[in-house]
Design a protein around this ligand. Structure first.
Ligand code: RIB
Length: 307
């Protein structure tokens, strides 16, 4: 049965320091709370899908080291299918250093390690995972080669492609025209459209430009301003939920994981975006990437209270 969500992407261990404010270059700030947590955009999205009850497969390259062991154990506890994870004895597992300020804004530096070695061959070896998946969820924290290979294999196998282009880089037309749903934030949308991050251009214009490059459906996430949806027939905005934000790390991952789940369950696009926005909002109320990702009951209760 073609009922799984396949996530292809990185897994990291996040080392988090909570600070009054983010440091400037050359500055040392003494911080408060320290925490380690599961992270990496791919792993975060897979965990979010699993916590919402979806059958999910994670295709990732993870170091054969204690960080990697802990990540794989955690995925198994979450109910994620880890049989397509490749353990890499030559490269360390991904590590991210994260500063979070008192407003919940962050600064992230990643040493990708084994994530950088996920290859086209690794993807092609996992054809079976594409065959049994209705949806492929991808980000850009791995090299472009396995991203391209995944998109092409998904098309061959009739699997829907959702691409979260984070961190952004210009993408070839051949990738963009095979993406069913593209989910950039505003800065990522600018970079993908060939503009600098400070370009004064509206999200609607950006979404239309991305559509002109061949993307079927575009959702631009706008943080506290909600999100904008554009396809061939309609365009609309979905407001964000107001919450007390503690840490925005992985809010985008929570949104994308939840969107993939809602779409694979057959929810309409408006309802899917609202569901994803609720998940992302809840995730910002807690510190850390994977520890912050909500379970289905919590999201449903959150939505009930706001309907
Ligand atoms: O999207 C948040 C993630 O980005 C963090 O978990 C960190 O690992 C980096 O990959």
């Amino acid at each position: 049965m073609k009922d799984r969500i396949l996530v292809v992407g990185p897994s990291n261990t996040d080392m988090i320091i909570k600070l009054e404010r983010l440091p400037t270059p050359g500055e040392t700030i003494i911080g408060g709370e320290f925490a380690t947590a599961g992270g990496g955009k791919g792993a975060n999205q897979a965990v979010q899908c699993a916590r919402l009850g979806a059958p999910v497969i994670l295709l990732a390259r993870i170091g054969k080291d204690p960080f990697g062991d802990r990540s794989v154990e955690q995925f198994q506890m979450e109910g994620i299918d880890t049989s397509f994870i490749i353990r890499d004895a030559e490269h360390h597992s991904g590590i991210a250093l994260i500063f979070v300020d008192k407003k919940g804004e962050n600064m992230i530096a990643v040493a990708p390690g084994s994530n950088s070695f996920l290859s086209k061959a690794d993807v092609e070896m996992a054809r079976e995972a594409f065959k049994i998946s209705s949806t492929l969820l991808l980000q850009l924290e791995i090299p472009l080669e396995p991203v391209e290979a995944s998109v092409f294999l998904a098309k061959e196998e009739g699997t829907r492609v959702i691409l979260n282009p984070a961190p952004a880089q210009p993408l070839p037309q051949s990738v963009l025209e095979n993406v069913d749903i593209l989910v950039p934030n505003e800065t990522e949308a600018k970079i993908l459209s060939g503009f600098p991050p400070d370009e004064d251009i509206s999200p609607l214009e950006l979404a239309k430009m991305l559509r002109a490059k061949g993307v079927k459906r575009v959702i631009i996430t706008l943080g506290s301003k909600g999100s904008l949806y554009v396809d061939e027939n309609e365009q609309f905005e979905v407001p964000a939920f107001k919450v007390e934000s503690v840490d925005t790390t992985a809010a985008g991952d929570s949104f994308c994981g939840a969107l993939a789940v809602a779409i694979s369950e057959g929810k309409g696009i408006r309802e899917a975006i609202r569901f994803a926005s609720a998940c992302a909002a809840i995730s910002t109320t807690r510190l850390g990437a994977q520890p912050s990702l909500p379970r289905r009951e919590e999201v449903e209760e959150f939505l009930r209270q706001r309907s």
